[in-house]
Design a protein. Structure first.
Length: 393
């Protein structure tokens, strides 16, 4: 309010003495003082700030254009990313310099009897320019993390495991949070002179209260750490957990996203994943098939033996189920069921591709049907025989 009243007094005085000012020339009006500073100093202050803002925008435009030109010429990616990271922090650094040099246009009451703004405004002005400079440096480091992420993603893409592609974004977020926290503590301690110990103590108490109120979030965070450390699955692998079955799309700090076989995307909290039984279908070495072939009860023993041998011969000619010598196909006449004689068929298909497994099973089924038809062996189906006892017979 005092500032507003002073400004209004200056304006009113300028209006009342317009004639006198006209005789003295326009320079006399600009020499009128406000808080010990002539009006022309405020105009110069505004000019410096505007010039700084324009210069910052020009520098940012030139750097970003150079980055685009390099990208168009397919120059090394490192320089392109570096220029993109530098553009905005450079504009902010120019603004910090402009704020600092703008202070030189004003007068401050730094000694006894001097006119101008108070020493407190002078000190705060310097702190503000220093804080902007520190923020520009922190912002530069914050943006340079993109370069680190780019090369880490390239290294992760070369590895056979897809978990690295999940870990890199989390690592990027962690580094950026660290930069922000360190920059905030540096500015508070070294520029504004705040007691960092008190701030950390208060943050510790607040953090404890926050942790108690957000136990599930903290549990999910530790769950993500456990997933990254234990690596029970990789991105793209099919898993079955908590009743959901499908390939893993991504792993975040809070949840893991699974694309179910129905096509839906499900976010499962990481705490649930580390505490539940997890079945990694994507890491199976083979696909096992257990089938029961039923033939009719009136099949004679020699044809039962023939039926078993036919299946053995068919399976022996399928290379995908004879890869591992420790897991050969198994065929047994193993049961007298209610209405059929049962032949147990068991084999292991490799490699564990689900659709190739289905195609192979179809080929085996068709071969069995044709061979049984040629030998006159009938498949059983549910039947019931009724014996009627007529009276007197």
């Amino acid at each position: 309010m005092q500032w507003f009243n002073g400004m209004m007094n200056v304006i009113l005085a300028a209006g009342e003495n317009g004639a006198e000012s006209a005789d003295a020339g326009s320079g006399a009006w600009l020499e009128r003082a406000f808080y010990g500073n002539e009006l022309w100093r405020f105009g110069l202050l505004l000019l410096v700030i505007l010039t700084t803002l324009v210069a910052g925008r020009i520098v940012r435009f030139l750097i970003e254009r150079a980055a685009k030109q390099m990208q168009a010429r397919r120059t090394p990616q490192l320089m392109d990313l570096f220029l993109k990271s530098v553009a905005r922090p450079a504009s902010l650094a120019i603004l910090a310099g402009g704020v600092y040099f703008a202070r030189l246009t004003m007068k401050f009451a730094l000694t006894d009897g001097a006119e101008g703004f108070s020493r407190g405004i002078y000190d705060f002005w310097g702190q503000l320019s220093s804080a902007l400079a520190a923020v520009s440096v922190a912002y530069l480091l914050y943006k340079l993390v993109d370069i680190v992420e780019y090369y880490l993603m390239r290294l992760a893409a070369k590895s056979s495991s897809g978990l690295g592609t999940m870990l890199v974004p989390a690592l990027r977020k962690g580094i950026r949070i660290f930069i922000v926290v360190v920059a905030a503590l540096f500015i508070a301690d070294n520029i504004f002179g705040q007691d960092v110990g008190t701030i950390l103590a208060a943050a510790g108490i607040g953090g404890l209260a926050f942790a108690l109120a957000a136990q599930d979030t903290v549990a999910n965070l530790f769950g993500s750490v456990a997933i990254f450390a234990d690596r029970p699955f990789d991105v793209g692998e099919r898993i079955k957990v908590n009743g959901y079955d499908g390939p893993v799309e991504s792993v975040g700090l809070r949840s893991t996203r699974i694309r179910t076989l129905e096509g839906h995307q499900v976010s499962v909290p990481n705490s649930k994943i580390v505490n539940e039984m997890l079945e990694n279908i994507g890491r199976r070495k083979y696909i096992r098939r257990l089938a029961n072939i039923s033939i009719t009860y009136d099949t004679p023993p020699d044809k039962v033996e023939k039926a078993v041998q036919i299946i053995k011969d068919i399976l022996a000619d399928v290379p995908e189920i004879n890869v591992d010598p420790e897991l050969p196909p198994r065929v047994f006449f193993n049961d007298f069921a209610d209405y059929y004689l049962n032949i147990l068929v068991l084999y292991w298909f490799q490699p564990p591709d689900y659709w190739e497994f289905q195609a192979c099973s179809e080929k085996i089924n068709m071969a069995i049907m044709r061979a049984y038809e040629a030998e006159g062996i009938e498949f059983a189906f549910p039947t019931q025989t009724l014996y009627v006892n007529k009276e007197g017979q």
